[in-house]
Design a protein around this ligand. Structure first.
Ligand code: IMP
Ligand code: MG
Length: 229
C-alpha cells in the first residue's frame, strides 16, 4: 500500500523521522483484521499465542475487538548469536496452555526475515495443534530469508526500521501510538547501539559493525539513564 508522509508530533520530531502509519489507520485495520479472524475461527477452540514484547499494543487492541471465545498465552523470545547472520533464538518464556488439537493464532509485531516465526512454528508444531495461522501487524516482504508468510497482515511496509505501537529501538518508543520511522541519527548514537539486541544491531548497522560493537565494554548505568539523544 502507498504511505503518505506525515509529520510526527512536535516532541518526537528529533527522534522520529516520519509517521508511517497513523493511529487512525491502525485502528481501522485492526478492526478489519478482527472481523476476518472472527469469521475464520468461529466455533473453534482458539488459542492466541503472542510473542513478547513487541505485540503488546497490537494484541490488546486486537483482543478487545474479538468477540469469540478464546484463550491467551505468551511465548518469550530473544535473539542472540553475537551479531552473526545466523542468530539463534532463546526462549525466555515458554507456552503454558495445552494447544494440542486446538486452533492456534500466532501473533507477532513484524515479519522481517522470518527467522523468528519459522523457529517458533517448528516448536509449536511439535505440540500438535489442529491448525496454526499467523497474524502480524507489519510485514516487510523485501527482507524475507525464510519461506514464511502470514495469514493476516495489518500493513505491508518497505524496508524501514520502524518503532512505536509496541515496536522498540533499544527498548524505547514502544509507547508511541503510531508506527514511525526512526530518525537515522538515532541509530548512529553510540550510547544506544550497545543496548540493542543482536538482531537489531544487524538490522541497523550490519553484521560487521555489529561484531565490532560487541567487542566494546557494556554501557554503564549512567549511560542508560542519561543517553545523549
Ligand atoms: P525476523 O526474525 O527477522 O522476522 O524478525 C522479527 C523480529 O525482529 C520482530 O519480532 C521484531 O522484534 C524485530 N524487528 C524486525 N524489524 C523491526 C523494525 O523495523 N523495528 C523494530 N523491530 C523489528
Ligand atoms: Mg518481536
Amino acid at each position: 500500500m502507498a504511505h503518505r508522509i506525515q509529520k510526527p508530533p512536535r516532541h518526537w520530531r528529533k527522534e522520529i523521522d516520519f509517521v508511517l502509519i497513523s493511529q487512525e489507520q491502525i485502528a481501522r485495520r485492526v478492526n478489519a483484521l478482527a472481523r476476518e479472524i472472527e469469521k475464520d475461527f468461529a466455533g473453534r477452540d482458539l488459542v492466541i499465542v503472542a510473542l513478547l514484547n513487541g505485540t503488546v499494543m497490537f494484541l490488546s487492541d486486537l483482543l478487545r475487538r474479538l468477540s469469540l471465545p478464546l484463550r491467551l498465552d505468551f511465548i518469550g523470545v530473544s535473539s542472540y548469536g553475537g551479531g552473526t547472520e545466523s542468530s539463534e533464538l532463546t526462549f525466555t518464556k515458554e507456552l503454558r496452555l495445552d494447544v494440542s488439537g486446538r486452533d492456534v493464532l500466532l501473533v507477532d509485531d513484524i515479519l522481517d526475515t522470518g527467522k523468528t516465526l519459522s523457529q517458533v512454528m517448528v516448536k509449536l508444531r511439535k505440540l500438535r495443534p489442529r491448525r496454526m495461522k499467523i497474524c502480524v501487524l507489519l510485514d516487510k516482504p523485501s527482507r524475507r530469508v525464510e519461506s514464511v508468510s502470514a495469514d493476516y497482515v495489518g500493513f505491508e511496509i518497505p524496508n524501514h526500521f520502524v518503532v512505536g505501537y509496541g515496536l522498540d529501538y533499544a527498548e524505547r518508543y514502544r509507547n508511541l501510538p503510531f508506527v514511525g520511522v526512526l530518525h537515522p541519527q538515532m541509530y548512529k548514537n553510540p550510547d544506544f547501539i550497545p543496548l540493542l539486541s543482536a538482531k537489531k544491531r544487524q538490522l541497523l548497522i550490519g553484521p560487521k559493525a555489529a561484531m565490532a560493537q560487541i567487542a566494546q565494554p557494556p554501557p554503564t548505568q549512567a549511560t542508560w539513564l542519561a543517553p545523549t539523544l
